[in-house]
Design a protein. Structure first.
Length: 210
């Protein structure tokens, strides 16, 4: 994904703001993933939330449980909302691909649907980077919409954007090729709470570094 795509993603989520939270916060799959993650983390675990959005429900759930959360998002509007809504977490406006973070510094990394605005090559590179950021025994909680699409224009909640993803088996292969073993897999259909929404597949994985 080039810089133009990055700016486009920021513009889309700047425009959506809290409307995105209202549409997607009710995902049963995400809440199941978060409940599982809470059982996998040590006390006061350090968690990186990639594509942290408004901070809800991911950062808020983890911070309320006593974990130390750093959220990263390309959207200044989302970062401002998250900092207001989840004051016990920290948030930074940055492109995760370009942000320097401590290797082996996190007990968990969450990347819920934040890969979709990146090209496939960038997704593969980012997964390898996230592996390096995890402590031994750490957990990657990652979710995507598992469709075989690359750089496809879509209208998302009224906003034009481009997305890339993988079919389910190809996404699993991409994650394992990045150096992870899959611990848990969950798939379901979810209909966002938005007037133009249609049911969409969601794939959640919990993985540990090999």
């Amino acid at each position: 994904m080039d810089g133009d795509h990055g700016r486009s993603a920021a513009a889309v989520f700047d425009a959506l703001g809290v409307e995105y939270e209202r549409a997607f916060a009710g995902s049963a799959g995400r809440h199941a993933s978060l409940r599982r993650l809470l059982g996998e983390l040590p006390p006061s675990g350090r968690v990186l939330d990639v594509g942290s959005g408004t901070g809800r429900p991911t950062a808020s759930t983890l911070a309320e449980a006593g974990h130390i959360v750093l959220g990263v998002d390309v959207s200044p509007v989302m970062v401002e909302l998250a900092a207001s809504q989840v004051p016990d977490a920290s948030f930074v406006c940055a492109d995760i691909r370009e942000l320097t973070l401590e290797e082996g510094g996190f007990d968990a990394v969450c990347a819920y649907f934040s890969l979709l605005q990146m090209g496939r090559d960038d997704q593969e590179r980012l997964l390898r980077k996230l592996r390096r950021l995890l402590k031994p025994g750490g957990v990657l909680a990652v979710a995507t919409v598992p469709l075989d699409v690359e750089d496809v224009p879509v209208v998302f909640m009224g906003q034009e954007m481009r997305v890339s993803s993988f079919a389910p088996d190809d996404f699993l292969a991409t994650v394992t090729a990045a150096g992870f073993s899959v611990l848990w897999e969950h798939s379901e259909l979810f209909t966002p709470a938005h007037g133009a929404a249609v049911p969409e597949p969601e794939l959640f994985l919990h993985c540990c570094p090999d």
